[in-house]
Design a protein. Structure first.
Length: 581
């Protein structure tokens, strides 16, 4: 018994050390039949909702439809079992379509498998290093920019199937795709186009039929429009082929061989050269997966009032992305639409996510052969609606009203996503955002010169009882730094000194409002002090805060300026300046 207690305590300490505390284990403590009934119903509905999306995302990514469902089963089960959110539903998402398609084109299926495995390792490292909270602070314009760019790219890739164009291949370039479409308008198949456009219309209209007060409104809310469109259009295509002689509407079975056999786990062959080549795509998958999963969990928190464990969620996402490719799956992450469906249908614990994966598994085993009759145009219609939802055009327009720097990051990320690829967009977007952040942080520090006398009415660093304004003696210049002293502040200091004019004998620098100083600021301050000394000007520091004072002393400023020239208050600094004069 003692050994069990010791083992349990050890596991608890280890779990706390790496911040890995799956929600499933904590929610099961007070679990009851009522909660299970709610989770069972929610999981059943979410499983049905996830089915058409998993098939569509798989095909759009360039893999067979069953790989999309396998991903939803394996990754969805693991994310719910090990994740840090009570209601998160994981699986393939539209955000990965463009990345996956590009990796397969360049490196093949083996390359995708290796990249996904590597992305899983990266995600686990993100969680172990406790980067969950940091990733959530990626600038909003970058998220909106690449999400909107992905949406436009998905829409572009679906035009061929939506309109039934008979094209053997499409160029990878965004602009070239549209040029090819424009040159083949005469190749549009009217029956396929009708199926695709009617699918879009049905998905859009279906929720409206369930307005409050309408008969059977709950049915309209629980059954997704995408599933209704697939059932209706599949039946319509079968009737057209059987009784109308219409054979031009391409189906999944015309393009893929459908299999309901459970895949066997297989490890891909790894080479050092292959791994090195796939680091950038894998990192892109990991970053995008982390952002989307944590964004989904945060949205869910806002609805349920819960708080997810971000680092636990990242570790679970990593494990899921290691397991999924071993069974032939593709990258997975938290899916906002399916998570919200889970919440809206009563799911409140990870058990609902587990049920959703089991439902998909049963469909895969017993109903998968029926998927071969689904029209490709209908799946394209589903993805067109998904791309519209992903576009976030209202958010896009909202950011356009923000400062020019945010607009620049938004448009740059958006254009790079659609013209090049998401890897380039994320890399450049993050670099630009970091540079803009550095610029804004530098602008928060104000450096000013004080002339003639110093107003002490609002000073907190003066000596008690001294409430009179202090006059500045002739031959003394006084400067004040307001804010952190780091990159950028030193250059403004030098410009201000150049504009001040004259040749003082003493420079007093007020640092009462400097909370910290970094190595760049320290270097600039040291250069300024040495330059002043070479010109015969003595520097006196005033109101240095304890933390900043400790940094200055560790870096030899006492030897450089003298202990008497690092003063606690401005009146002491001016008195010291008079002595030096």
């Amino acid at each position: 018994m003692n050994e069990q207690n010791i083992t349990g305590q050890t596991l608890q300490r280890l779990s706390a050390a790496i911040d890995f505390r799956p929600r499933l284990f904590t929610t099961l403590k007070g679990y009851n039949r009522k909660t299970f009934s709610a989770d069972l119903m929610a999981g059943l509905i979410v499983g049905i909702v996830a089915l058409p999306l998993a098939i569509a995302f798989g095909i759009a990514s360039g893999v067979s439809p069953e790989k999309g469902i396998v991903t939803a089963i394996v990754a969805g089960f693991i994310i719910s079992a090990l994740g840090g959110s009570k209601v998160q539903i994981g699986g393939p998402t539209g955000a990965f379509i463009i990345i996956i398609y590009g990796i397969i084109e360049k490196y093949g299926m083996t390359g995708l498998t290796v990249a996904t495995l590597m992305a899983g390792v990266f995600l686990i490292l993100f969680g172990l290093l406790r980067l969950g909270t940091i990733i959530k602070y990626i600038p909003y314009p970058i998220i909106v920019g690449f999400t909107s760019g992905i949406a436009v790219t998905i829409f572009t890739t679906q035009m061929k199937d939506l309109l039934g164009m008979r094209l053997d291949s499409l160029p990878a370039d965004f602009v070239e795709k549209w040029l090819v479409y424009a040159g083949h308008l005469g190749d549009i198949d009217p029956w396929s186009a009708a199926v695709g456009l009617l699918s879009v219309a049905l998905i859009a209209v279906w929720p409206m039929l369930g307005k409050r007060g309408a008969t059977g409104s709950s049915l309209f809310h629980k059954i997704p429009g995408s599933l209704v469109a697939i059932v209706v259009m599949t039946v319509a295509a079968l009737l057209l082929r059987q009784y109308g002689g219409v054979t031009s509407v391409e189906t999944i079975g015309d393009r893929f061989s459908i299999s309901s056999a459970l895949p066997q786990a297989a490890m891909p062959q790894l080479t050092w050269e292959g791994v090195k080549a796939l680091v950038a795509p894998a990192l892109t998958i990991a970053i995008l997966g982390a952002i989307e999963s944590l964004l989904s969990a945060t949205v869910a928190d806002g609805v349920t009032g819960e708080h997810h464990r971000s680092n636990t969620e990242l570790i679970a996402q990593g494990v899921a992305n290691i397991a999924s490719p071993l069974f032939g799956g593709i990258p997975a992450t938290g899916a906002i639409a399916r998570t919200m469906t889970n919440i809206n249908n009563g799911g409140r614990t990870p058990v609902a996510g587990l049920v959703h994966a089991v439902v998909l598994l049963l469909i895969f085993l017993f109903l998968m052969p029926l998927a071969q009759y689904i029209p490709m145009a209908c799946l394209a219609g589903v993805l067109v609606v998904v791309s519209y939802g992903m576009s976030g055009w209202r958010s896009f327009l909202g950011v356009l009203r923000n400062p020019k720097s945010d607009v620049a990051v938004l448009l740059l990320t958006f254009l790079l996503t659609i013209v090049f690829d998401l890897t380039v967009a994320i890399e450049v977007g993050l670099i630009c955002a970091c540079l803009l952040f550095m610029r804004r942080m530098a602008e928060t520090t104000d450096v000013k010169a004080i002339y003639e006398e110093i107003d002490l009415s609002e000073d907190a660093d003066m000596q008690p009882g001294n409430l009179e304004n202090l006059s500045i003696p002739d031959g003394v210049e006084v400067y004040e730094i307001n804010g952190p002293y780091f990159f950028g502040a030193g250059n403004r200091f030098e410009d201000l000194m150049a504009r001040y004019g004259g040749q003082p004998r003493v420079r007093v620098i007020r640092m009462r409002k400097v909370p910290f100083i970094d190595s760049t600021g320290l270097h600039n301050l040291e250069n300024m002090c040495r330059m002043s000394q070479r010109e015969g000007i003595q520097v006196v520091l005033s109101g240095v805060r304890p933390k900043v004072d400790a940094v200055l002393r560790r870096n030899g400023f006492v030897d450089l300026l003298g202990a008497d020239n690092i003063t606690p208050h401005i009146d002491v600094a001016l008195e010291r300046a008079r002595q030096l004069l």
